[in-house]
Design a protein around this ligand. Structure first.
Ligand SMILES: Cc1ncc(COP(=O)(O)O)c(C=O)c1O
Length: 395
């Protein structure tokens, strides 16, 4: 129910992808990234076709972290600036630059961090403690705060604002209406590059090819990985808009590793994108996502321990609380003295519902091939296990 690490969107054993990997291994297992290879070009075309209309070229990597590393470098090269903004509640990867970009505690092992990496707060309305009149009002608040912070940091030094389009492992925090547009406007005002990390949200997870489509916002750069090959072999990428692509027609793109744009990964990527189309998986994500949302609302209404449920496509979370009215967290931030979250996860696993938890949150992100009966069966397991969460807070 988490598609492994929110990547196994098409499930195990997909013949089309397996055959594409085997065929490519027979045909040409490796060719350095500086050479043209048919599957490289083919995949680049397919990716640009699926990406927002302003996107022009893609640079292939092997992971989400590596995609973000390269996006940082590209933003610095294009702007000649060095500051990078990203959010506290975020995860962008475990390599040094990507971990510095991340705001959550997995960053600490890489600190003291990279100079010029600045953090700002996510629009986490449920935990904000401010009663906003509307989503638009909340967005205005967060954007105004960010604008002030950018000015204090010196906008002329800021190369990029990175954000997970929808904060993923830190609690599926869906941006309020107007928020992404507000970020886009700030980037335009100050000549800053807007980077959407769609490593988790890209490739149909939220019911759109990319989550930014929900708000009709076109970032300058999109980074991706996970769902592009669904774990069959490693692949990631950095998609850039026309202006950035053209910059590198005349300037050196100082990036590159031995295995970038690996032919076997590219062949798997081509096959995977075809599977999304052949099996109508983006639509399934929307259709099953609707049922998921309805079922989660019922679960929220029934269980005193469920404070909030957030969902979009097949990307969702159950946030547990001690008290619905005060929204007091189920376990104190960063602490879980009774290891209750681990126990709940264990109980779910015993029933056959495999996922992971983060702080007070249970992530629910099933494969995009899931069917209605499977989804309802799994949510029945969740419903049962949440009785233990209720008992824990009521005891
Ligand atoms: C939003 C986001 N960005 C980046 C990464 C890092 O990707 P990888 O583990 O492939 O390096 C992840 C991984 O979970 C992620 O969720």
């Amino acid at each position: 129910m988490s598609s492994q690490l929110v990547n196994l969107n098409v499930g195990h054993g997909n013949r089309k992808i397996i055959e594409a990997i085997k065929d490519q291994a027979e045909k040409l297992a490796y060719m350095g990234p500086g050479y043209a290879v048919d599957v490289r070009s083919e995949l680049a075309h397919k990716v640009i076709e699926k990406a927002p209309a302003n996107m022009a070229k893609v640079y292939f990597t092997l992971s989400g972290s590596e995609s973000n590393e390269n996006a940082i470098k590209i933003a610095k090269m294009v702007t000649g600036r060095y500051k990078i903004f990203s959010r506290y509640r975020s995860y962008h990867g475990a390599s040094f630059g990507a971990a510095n970009l991340s705001g959550e505690p997995r960053r600490y092992t890489c600190e003291p961090g990279i100079p010029g990496f600045v953090k700002f707060f996510d629009p986490y309305i449920y935990r904000e403690g401010i009663e906003f009149k509307s989503e638009e009002d909340a967005s205005k608040y967060y954007i105004a705060k960010l604008r002030e912070q950018l000015i204090y940091e010196g906008t002329e030094f800021v190369a990029a604002i990175f954000l997970e389009t929808i904060t993923g492992s830190n609690g599926v925090i869906i941006p309020p209406k107007g928020y992404l547009k507000g970020i886009r406007d700030l980037c335009d005002e100050f000549g800053i590059i807007m980077v959407c990390d769609e490593v988790m949200t890209g490739w149909g997870r939220t019911g759109e090819w990319f989550a930014c489509n929900h708000w009709k916002v076109e970032p300058d750069i999109i980074t991706f990985a996970k769902g592009s090959t669904c774990g069959y072999v490693p692949l990631g990428g950095v998609i850039v808009n026309k202006k950035i692509a053209e910059y590198f027609d005349d300037n050196v793109l100082s990036c590159g590793l031995t295995y970038n744009a690996h032919p076997i990964s590219c062949a798997a990527g081509c096959a995977t994108l075809e599977v999304y189309d052949d099996e109508n998986l983006i639509q399934n994500s929307r259709d099953m996502g609707k049922i998921l949302g309805e079922e989660l609302e019922k679960i929220k209404a029934k269980h005193p321990s469920v404070g909030d449920v957030r969902y979009i496509g097949l990307f969702s979370v159950v946030e547990l609380v001690k008290d619905k009215s005060t929204r007091e967290a189920f376990v104190p931030y960063g602490k879980d003295p009774d290891k209750i979250m681990g126990k709940l996860n264990g109980l779910l696993k015993e029933k056959g519902f495999s996922t992971y938890t983060h702080e007070n949150c249970i992530i629910i992100a099933p494969p995009l091939i899931i069917k209605e009966d499977e989804l309802k069966e799994a949510l029945g397991m969740l419903d049962e296990v949440l009785n233990f969460a209720d008992e824990y807070i009521l005891k």
